[in-house]
Ligand binder design. Sequence first.
Ligand SMILES: [Zn+2]
Ligand SMILES: [Zn+2]
Length: 324
Amino acid sequence: MQITFWGVRGSYPVPGAATVRYGGQTSCVEVRSASGESLIVDAGTGMRALGNKLAGEAQGRPGHYHVLLSHVHWDHIQGLPFFSPAYIPGTQISVYALLTAADELNQVIGGITRAEFFPQPLASVPANFDFHQVEPGVEFTIGAFTISPIALNHPFGSVGYRIDGDDASWAYVSDTAPFDQVLHKQHFLSGPEPLSTTDQTSLVAMRAALVERLRGCDTVVYDTHFLPEEYAKFPHYGHSTPDQALDICVEANVRRLVLYHHAPSHTDDQMDSIAASYLAKGALRGVEVLTSFEGMSIPIGSAPSFDEPTRPGTGVHDVPQVPK
Ligand SMILES: [Zn+2]
Ligand SMILES: [Zn+2]
């Protein structure tokens, strides 16, 4: 397998001079098997350029695309209406997410193309959409991939995905808070709330289940939105730090951690310093820590035919090639 990052930001897109090298688009990762099958994980604004690439490959022919959503916050769905293959008649787009019912997911995704927000309603887009509810702990397969959803700690819920294929495994863990100070539920938190004994038990169980599902993964892509000093101010926002991600990866015996869902306020220079600092911290604990940037492709497991990752600002992967 190979994974490619099309959007690495959290919250909202931040194109501009300070984010040229790491990129300003929001969450979207593509995974491709050695046989060429692919999945899309999250549909932030990075999905637009990915869609252009896939539409170029399709050369006008309809395809079947599978989109796994962690949750439906803006930075994970905003690219969907701008996904070019959706405008090729006969195309099928299967969307998977954690919601109480597939019908509700239909309404949420349909909602972002309401007339107030977008000129064309979902129902009249040429592609057909189908919606699937996922459940933490209940595995399913899509072609060459086995997918295992994992419950995460985020306002109104979110799921990570462990994805196995080509005799290798990786996981996408975004968005999530750590599992100590705050338990996110189905209501807005204006600050940390006192934890009941039941809450504490739930957090311990959620963390243990996450570690268990990540065990032995080659690569884990993790929500590391905050630096520790930022997290201290906003522990109830539902995001983690690289240190918290590293602790989980060490416990789960993960080979490589990829920092992801970067805070929109972090400039390229700050990202360089975060990347260098956590590469060194990870090395001390036996985990390779990479910092994702837009256009980065990395092989999962042993896949010598795939390109090695390049550094931001230095390689052909910096800017995804978008057909004109
Ligand atoms: Zn997010
Ligand atoms: Zn979120």
